[in-house]
Ligand binder design. Structure first.
Ligand code: NAD
Length: 443
């Protein structure tokens, strides 16, 4: 089957590589010519475990192609996936300009029936907007061509994207067309062998499913953070509470890890967009707003703890940061808690010495060269001359430490652990002042 994918970011690349891997012929198209040139040479601009190998394998097999030639891309596939960004607009709504631009591009070049598949995360009603854009552009060309638009939201997680795409819990497809159902069944057939994961539903339900899933996960995170803050004040330990509630199968252990707030390219913008959708529909979505407010507050917790440790005197201090990415196994720093912390520290006149196994390049791209930021290749190098250590991301490489060694390297024995990696008791025994999230009983 021939498939075109617009957008070669996290979602487009993973979708393209995984569909090529099972034998489809895939053309990935992007407006960023530089990115296309790099990808065509097998140079992958993002870090995602397993992706490089998969892309190399399929480039060599001749099943995966990269181009910036929109006409060639529209000619190529019966299926035209849209996997471009949908960032937050100023009012919190999803900016659909890239999605609608692709719809226009497809309509400008198509000469035959095409199925347009919305894989980007888009608000309810977007498939209709895409269809209107295509119809208008075709009418301007006086072209009388058939097309369908369906919704196929993506649920992959960065850091485990290939595994999620290949073995995800479900494949949601919103369409009311029998023809589209058949083609999508063929497209995903190789990933649908063990059990039937294809869930066909109405287009609007599919669009809302994606937002509901992300809002639910964000809610779990904000909920546990709310309880963690309460635990701190009440002298309870959130890690004990987490075990206590997670053991109930109705609650479960997933996504109830307390921390320094959710980040990334999806949860913050999707929660905002859902709130905006609710407002536009005249519905006051109380919970969605609360989820967002709790998260904003949580992202500030690490800075508050440092202020507490140093009596608010952070000017001239050097703070070591372990972890810049918004979560492990990715180099993505979009809306990462580390950014809120670094920016607050700089505003307070402190210096940052940071280490991340993958995100240093991205950090340099975001902040450039500055006197109050040093990026180190090794985690221990970040500790040299630092007054305190803050852990922002739970990379595996940070989970084992020698507390005596840490105490000797730091100018002041202060650790602020935004991911609850260590035993407060052991840290304190080693003479460290240890701040963690919601561990009131032991801190
Ligand atoms: P991204 O920013 O990494 O990549 C988007 C790509 O689209 C860029 O390379 C950009 O150059 C390209 N692009 C923009 N306009 C284009 C056009 N007109 N034609 C061709 N290419 C164009 O984005 P992403 O993280 O892959 O996310 C894409 C969508 O998928 C978003 O709606 C996002 O919410 C959703 N999503 C993301 C994830 C994730 O974990 N990143 C997971 C599920 C869903």
């Amino acid at each position: 089957m021939k498939i075109t994918i617009f957008g070669s970011g996290y979602v487009g690349l993973v979708t393209g590589a995984c569909l090529a891997e099972v034998g489809h012929e895939v053309m990935c198209v992007d407006v960023d010519a530089d990115k296309v040139a790099r990808l065509s040479q097998g140079d992958i601009p993002i870090y995602e475990p397993g992706l490089e190998t998969l892309i190399h394998h399929n480039l060599e097999a001749g099943r995966l192609h990269f181009t910036d030639d929109a006409k060639a891309a529209v000619d190529f596939g019966l299926l035209q996936f849209i996997a471009v960004g949908t960032p937050s607009d100023e009012d919190g709504s999803a900016d659909l300009s890239h999605v609608l631009k692709v719809a226009e591009t497809i309509a400008t070049h198509m000469t035959d029936y095409r199925i347009i598949v919305d894989k980007s995360t888009v608000p309810v009603g977007t498939a209709s907007k895409v269809a209107r854009t295509v119809a208008t552009t075709l009418a301007e060309r006086n072209a009388n061509l058939d097309f369908d638009v369906c919704s196929n939201p993506e649920f992959l997680k960065e850091g485990a994207a290939i595994e999620d795409f290949s073995r995800g819990a479900r494949i949601v497809i919103g369409t009311d067309s029998e023809r589209v159902r058949g083609v999508m069944r063929e497209c995903y057939g190789p990933y649908n062998r063990q059990r039937d994961k294809l869930m066909f539903m109405g287009v609007r339900s599919a669009e809302l499913t994606k937002y509901a899933a992300n809002a639910m996960l964000a809610t779990k995170i904000s909920f546990i953070n709310e309880i963690a803050n309460l635990a701190e004040r009440l002298g309870a330990d959130i890690e004990e509470v987490r075990h206590g509630i997670g053991s109930d199968p109705r609650i479960g252990y997933h996504f109830i890890y307390p921390g320094c707030g959710y980040g990334g390219s999806c949860f913050p913008k999707d929660v905002k967009a859902l709130a905006h959708t609710a407002k536009a529909a005249g519905y006051p979505a109380e919970m969605i707003h609360a989820v967002e407010r709790v998260n904003e507050r949580q992202k500030n917790r690490l800075f508050e703890m440092l202020c507490q440790a140093f009596n608010g005197e952070l000017a001239g201090k050097t703070i070591a940061l372990w972890g810049l990415a918004f979560k492990p196994e990715t180099d993505d720093m979009r809306e990462a808690p580390s950014r809120a912390l670094m920016e607050a520290l700089w505003a307070a006149g402190a210096r940052v010495q940071a280490h991340d196994p993958e995100a240093a390049e991205e950090c340099r791209r975001l902040y450039g060269e500055r006197d109050d930021l040093t990026l180190t290749d090794q985690r221990d190098a970040a500790l040299e001359g630092a007054h305190a250590l803050v852990i922002c991301t739970e990379w595996k490489a940070f989970r084992t430490v020698d507390f005596d060694d840490l105490r000797e390297r730091l100018l002041e024995p202060v650790i602020v652990d935004g991911r609850n990696l260590f035993s407060p008791h052991s840290a304190q025994q080693a003479g460290l002042t240890y701040y963690a999230i919601g561990r009131g009983a032991s801190v």
